[in-house]
Write a protein of this length. Sequence first.
Length: 230
Amino acid sequence: MRIFRFNEIDSTNKYLKEREDLKDYDCVIAKTQTAGVGRRGNVWVSNEGMAIFSFALQEDKNLSLEEYMRLPLVAGISVLGGLKKIENLDYKFKWTNDIYIQDKKICGILVEKIRDFFIIGIGVNVNNDDFGYAQDKATSLKNITGKFYSTEDIIFCIINEFKKYFSENWEYVLKEINSYNYLKGKEIEIIKYGESLGSGIAKDIVYEGRLKVEIDGEEKLFNIGEIHIK
Ligand code: BTN
């Protein structure tokens, strides 16, 4: 596993996507990013004190597209598992792949595809207390415990958890994910491309990684969308 370290970089995901000689589990770690990328093209504010990293996963032709569709969820439960090993707090898994604690977001994950690699980019709020425009919606480990943490210990713990979960049986991983399901029982609205796809009560995450939502007494399954909690 090669590790590339930077004090400052534009984006760790972009760095790996641009490397022509990419190898499985290449990992890039940065103290800050000047152009951090979030999901749906959002800017990801990347302050010092965060664990900011990306790693590459080489596509295995024996695995199906469905198996790779689970990657964001597997990455999410790996962050939760890694954080639990460092500090055992009451983390929740917010479908599709955010980790929450005390109703605030502590981590963001962006999975991208380049050639025959998946790039898994993760930003965890660890020692920082500035979350940019998301100030009232985010928190960090230090904010909660008052302690200071080694971001590298957290990064390697998360990657180890990922290796473990990625090779595990999916039913087992999904059971784990559902045991931390933040949305379960909450009234939510699914919004995609600015359009409401409906409101209802969130249930479990099902085998294909979709979220079950009960709308007007009927159970519906949703793919990745933007979730609004009422
Ligand atoms: C989200 O929108 O929640 C996903 C945020 C992902 C941020 C991480 S930080 C490391 C990696 N590099 C990036 O530019 N983005 C990801």
